[in-house]
Design a protein around this ligand. Structure first.
Ligand SMILES: *Cc1c(COP(=O)(O)O)cnc(C)c1O
Length: 396
């Protein structure tokens, strides 16, 4: 059967919740992907900010294979060594005190919301606490995560959401403080908005939010699912601002392809929120997933990933600035490290399709923005190659 025939078959069986590109990817190597016909693609998506270490990292793959032969799953009624090591390493690199392992980003948000509500419940015994979230935010597709996602289109058909959520504008402190009441228990935001269009939080904004939270004992939840794990040049994006969250979520690159996430908190929140029986998951923190986390964090250090992000991220920034100046149809260029976006006047779907034909994988963020979230091991040469294909795809 041809690739197209397999795609047609897939469309008979899969629930149609994605408009997929007409390609079946088969294998990966470094920053390249290959489809079932053997065509090579330079990948500037990395599975949406997941494959930080690139495809086919030998040490990572071997660690997973060894763990598969040893023990894949036990349940959270017992301890396992990979989870013990992963918890220690992850709390060390984040500066947070305690971690709960989940299976995805959305689940990490669910846990963060539950922890914040429990914290507030223990203070006054009431259950009408409010959470402030940002417009244009994206926190996931489960009901709790969707409730704090600032895109009405994603929420509309699934109402009612969980209650008592208010929305404010990112980087507009007055719009946030205007939503604060004596029922506010948490403020949640992505340190750099991903899906919503690559909007970094401004330092002054984050600092004012932190001060507001301290003053009113409101918990600051920072969603680092996309912008964390080195993507902006520090291990977590908030670490460059000198502002620490009370609760942090992570996922995507945390396992580099093994489905895993986590929410972390300070000791103060841990001592005053979730206790035994309050939260759980069958798979979360299983030995296979945690072996992946351990190896990822080890390789981040060993391969000096952050240095590469800072160097190549700055190079990508300069090259994209050039492109933005060259084309009238590009209205803005935003982002930091290896998380950047070009804002176009028109929808970017056709440019992305042409790039794909030319052997470059790109992704949008909203209709008009091309988002660049490559593997964190890309080089300047990869950037140059991407830029030349991108220009050809934009055309004119
Ligand atoms: C992807 C993403 C999520 C959701 O993660 P899933 O693993 O898809 O559930 C939440 N928040 C942010 C910022 C994301 O980028």
């Amino acid at each position: 059967m041809s690739m197209q025939e397999y795609i047609d078959q897939a469309e008979q069986n899969l629930l149609h919740t994605y408009n997929r590109y007409q390609v079946i990817l088969d294998r990966g190597e470094g920053v390249h992907l290959y489809d079932v016909n053997g065509k090579e693609y330079l990948d500037f998506v990395s599975g949406i900010a997941v494959f930080a270490l690139g495809y086919g990292n030998r040490e990572y793959n071997d660690a997973l294979k060894a763990q598969i032969d040893k023990l894949i799953h036990t349940s959270n009624y017992y301890y396992n060594m990979p989870a013990i090591h992963a918890a220690k390493k992850l709390t060390e690199v984040s500066g947070m005190d305690r971690v709960f392992f989940t299976n995805s980003g959305a689940e990490s948000i669910e846990g963060a919301i539950k922890a914040a509500r429990k914290y507030a419940f223990l203070k006054d015994g009431s259950t009408d606490h409010e959470i402030i979230a940002m417009e244009h935010s994206f926190h996931g597709r489960t009901m709790g995560a969707l409730s704090v996602t600032g895109n009405p289109k994603y929420r509309e058909a699934f109402e009612p959401m969980i209650g008592h959520i208010r929305f404010a504008k990112m980087n507009d402190f007055e719009s946030v403080s205007a939503q604060v009441t004596d029922k506010t228990c948490a403020i949640i935001l992505e340190t750099v908005q991903g899906e919503g269009g690559i909007y970094p939080a401004e330092e002054a904004f984050l600092k004012k939010i932190r001060a507001l939270c301290d003053e009113k004992d409101i918990l600051l939840i920072l969603d680092e699912i996309q912008c964390g794990m080195g993507r902006t040049g520090t291990m977590f994006a908030w670490q460059r601002y000198g502002v620490k969250p009370d609760i942090m979520t992570t996922a995507k690159a945390l396992g580099c392809g093994v489905p895993v996430g986590a929410f972390l908190m300070t000791e103060k929140v841990a001592q005053n929120s979730l206790v035994a029986g309050d939260h759980g998951t069958t798979y979360g923190g299983n030995p296979l997933a945690c072996a992946a986390i351990c190896k990822v964090l080890e390789l981040f250090e060993k391969q000096n990933i952050l240095a590469n992000v800072n160097r190549v991220g700055a190079y990508l920034y300069d090259r994209l600035e050039e492109v933005a100046k060259e084309y009238d149809c590009i209205k803005a260029h935003r982002g930091v490290g290896l998380m950047q976006g070009l804002v176009f006047e028109q929808p970017v779907g056709d440019i992305i399709k042409r790039a794909m034909d030319l052997g470059l994988i790109l992704i949008n963020a909203g209709a008009n923005i091309i988002r660049f979230v490559p593997s964190l091991v890309i080089t300047e040469e990869d950037v140059d190659q991407m830029i030349s294909i991108l220009k050809e795809a934009i055309g004119k």
